[in-house]
Design a protein around this ligand. Sequence first.
Ligand code: FAD
Length: 294
Amino acid sequence: MTEVIIVGCGLSGIVLSRLLKKRGVESIILEKSKGVGGRIATRRIEDLGFDHGAPYLRADQALLDLLAEAGLETKSAVDPNGIYLRGGLNQFTKALSVDLTIHREKKVLKLSGQEVGWSVETEDGATYAGKKVILSAPLPQSLELLQRSGVPFHPKLSAVAYHKAILALVIAEASLFDRYQNSSVATVLPMEGRGLHPKGYVVTATEEFSEKNFDLPDLELLEKILPPASAHAVSHAEVKKWRYSRPVASLEDSFHECDGSLFLCGDAFLSPDATGALGSARALAERLTRSLGS
Ligand SMILES: Cc1cc2nc3c(=O)[nH]c(=O)nc-3n(C[C@H](O)[C@H](O)[C@H](O)COP(=O)(O)OP(=O)(O)OC[C@H]3O[C@@H](n4cnc5c(N)ncnc54)[C@H](O)[C@@H]3O)c2cc1C
């Protein structure tokens, strides 16, 4: 029986697990994908990177302290939109997750309450027992899991909606900058300045466009948001969709306690971004270490 099982290895799950470890509380993280970092994501194409999740982090003190803890100050850079990392933002979550116990490709399907704690079932048929379980996925996904498990939850949680996001990862010989200067459909971020793909661009569709067109096939989306391939010598273009990119608004609470052994945290709390995810994890770590008497 593990002390704490954390579902999700994004920033909030990682920070929570680190803080628990520092305070002597054992935790394991179950993550559905192969990688770590969740929505702080850098993808490789032609072995060169694209930041295709959050492009920036807010430069507040808690985040700067954490960057220093991860040993990444020298790679960090700031522009008017926030902080980014030369070499890709996922270095941040990767560095923070070293030394944590992470089980990858473990999609959690169901929770069952036990006499003590919870039993957690994953898609591959494995079962984990934990005294406490923390769900750190985007809130609608955590609520789906609770619903599937027959665990009731407070109705205010269902009110947190997330923006959808459609992005195109593009490799082009000619700069795409001019194309999007006055665009009402999308903005463009070159990857070169981040030490990523020198001819790589991340084109992000507006929230309005993403909401309206989310279910269109990739080819149709590319036709709508990209210039004709010939005009900019586009040699590669692919779509990335995030059904839950960031909350429209967050709850004021710093986390949610379903009962003394089941909690929800992440960017649905405190503020609808990575800063909220971080603050939520820190507050929950305090709460858990108090109750576990460490
Ligand atoms: C396109 C985009 C742009 C953004 N822009 C910004 C920005 O400019 N500034 C900013 O601060 N933030 C931005 N964000 C939001 C920011 O990325 C998030 O707020 C933050 O990364 C959330 O971290 P988290 O740990 O709460 O959740 P996540 O990073 O989503 O982590 C949750 C993890 O849970 C895993 N998971 C889900 N379900 C299960 C399951 N059943 N079993 C096991 N694992 C599961 C997921 O795979 C994921 O790894 C952006 C996000 C996107 C996608």
